[in-house]
Design a protein around this ligand. Structure first.
Ligand SMILES: Cc1cc2nc3c(=O)[nH]c(=O)nc-3n(C[C@H](O)[C@H](O)[C@H](O)COP(=O)(O)OP(=O)(O)OC[C@H]3O[C@@H](n4cnc5c(N)ncnc54)[C@H](O)[C@@H]3O)c2cc1C
Length: 391
């Protein structure tokens, strides 16, 4: 451990909590503040499910980080005694031949070269193994058995329980409104009603609200609304693995992905696409146009789900960075201040490994992933290859 002995963390999402646990295990006195309740209903980390995949086109860094994270998910499952992570696999369907330079082909090649036993599909095997899908439309793709989904809100609750058991102080009811800085050094956080938590170091991990506390990051990240669609099929048992694993269908060209029916028989879908730029405090209403285009997608892709009643819908906000990479970085000017955020719609899967990266950055220890997430000014970037960029 360095000379830092105490740290206050703003934000009890997966960035903040994973760091809290790791720092506690390294001997820090850790306090996590959050407006609460935790899991916060508006937090990006709080939902029924999040996809866990290693499939990142030719981006070896995220692919390797995801492979490590999956190991970590299994450890989390053991610690909890029942699964938070469900290794149901990840089904990648394409309506075009899986040929270079298709993004899915890049994922397939990279993962296969790394030794992962991906199972290539064609129209016949799609029809046989995944019969709900329109096999005339999806004529190619692969199934990656190493992947699945995680219970998102349950994971947050579990991390809170583990953190508290380890001696981390979790303080809901503390919306930090400003950083306390003394002689160029971050020394704590102040809340709306003037309460202060002082510490030797500060970590800001407040998701889309981060730039409210670190204003100079405002042009590096943007809240983007994504509509979540929850459907209730008549026969939910048909929408479960192995014949209905988590999936992405032409995802770099359509954005659509989804999950098996959960215990309540609800199938969740969303679009990993451009979304809609919003303010962090905007209402979380779903967009009717997205629900319509979801139905249209289903009518030719998964006809049995196309007319399923809507069980719910809402918007959740990505914290999109300009290049889709996270920020896990020390502040270049303010000593003792670190920021961990910028999930860009794909950070949840890394929950088991984010804390180590963040703690290494705080301690100035070498970490092979940290450079990618370092402080950087806004520039030009094509973004994440596996995300639909829009028409
Ligand atoms: C619709 C949607 C789908 C997604 N799908 C996937 C997926 O399938 N797979 C995947 O890997 N990732 C996915 N993601 C991304 C992933 O969920 C996020 O990247 C991740 O959860 C972000 O965690 P966070 O800790 O940065 O933010 P959050 O979870 O938003 O946590 C931030 C916390 O900060 C708190 N806070 C706010 N203001 C303050 C303040 N002033 N002081 C103190 N605390 C404050 C909030 O209350 C909140 O608890 C998805 C995200 C969305 C929105």
């Amino acid at each position: 451990m360095t000379s830092q002995t105490s740290i206050v963390i703003a934000g009890a999402g997966i960035f903040g909590l994973s760091a809290a646990l790791e720092l506690r295990s390294r001997g820090y006195a850790v306090t996590v503040v959050d407006p609460g309740p935790v899991p916060h209903p508006l937090a990006a980390s709080n939902d029924v499910s999040r996809m866990v995949r290693m499939d990142y086109a030719d981006d070896k860094l995220y692919s390797d980080l995801a492979a490590e994270a999956i190991e970590g998910w299994h450890v989390l499952n053991e610690r909890r005694g029942r699964p938070l992570y469900h290794e149901d696999g990840f089904l990648v369907l394409t309506s075009h031949p899986l040929e270079s330079p298709a993004v899915e082909r890049q994922s397939y090649d990279l993962l296969t070269a790394a030794g992962w036993p991906l199972e290539r599909l064609d129209s016949g095997s799609v029809a046989e193994r995944f019969p709900l899908w329109n096999a005339e439309h999806y004529t190619d793709g692969y199934y990656n058995p190493r992947g699945g989904w995680a219970e998102a809100g349950e994971t947050v609750s579990f991390l809170v329980a583990e953190a508290e058991a380890a001696g981390v102080e979790i303080r809901p009811g503390f919306p930090a409104t400003s950083l306390l800085v003394d002689s160029g050094r971050a020394v704590g956080l102040r809340s709306a009603d003037g309460e202060e938590v002082r510490a030797d170091a500060v970590l800001v991990a407040a998701g889309v609200w981060t730039p409210r506390l670190v204003r100079e990051m405002q042009d590096m990240m943007t809240p983007v609304a994504q509509t979540l669609v929850y459907l209730r099929p008549n026969l939910p048992e048909r929408f479960r693995p192995p014949s209905f694993p988590p999936w992405g269908a032409d995802i770099p060209r359509t954005g659509w992905y989804g999950f098996p029916a959960n215990a309540e028989g609800v199938v969740k879908m969303a679009n990993h696409g451009p979304g809609r730029v919003v303010d962090a405090d905007d209402p979380r209403d779903a967009e009717d146009a997205v629900i319509e285009s979801c139905r249209e997608f289903l009518s030719h892709s998964l006809p049995e789900l196309a007319n399923a009643p809507l069980a719910g819908s809402r918007a959740c906000f990505y914290n999109d960075t300009w290049d889709a990479d996270f920020y896990i970085t020390r502040h270049p000017q303010v000593e003792g201040l670190t920021i961990a955020t910028g999930g860009s719609g794909h950070a949840f899967k890394f929950t088991p490994v984010l804390g180590k990266v963040t703690a290494d950055v705080i301690e100035g220890k070498p970490n092979r992933y940290a450079e990618r997430f370092a402080w950087r000014s806004r520039g030009e970037s094509p973004g994440e290859a596996t995300r639909f960029a829009g028409e």
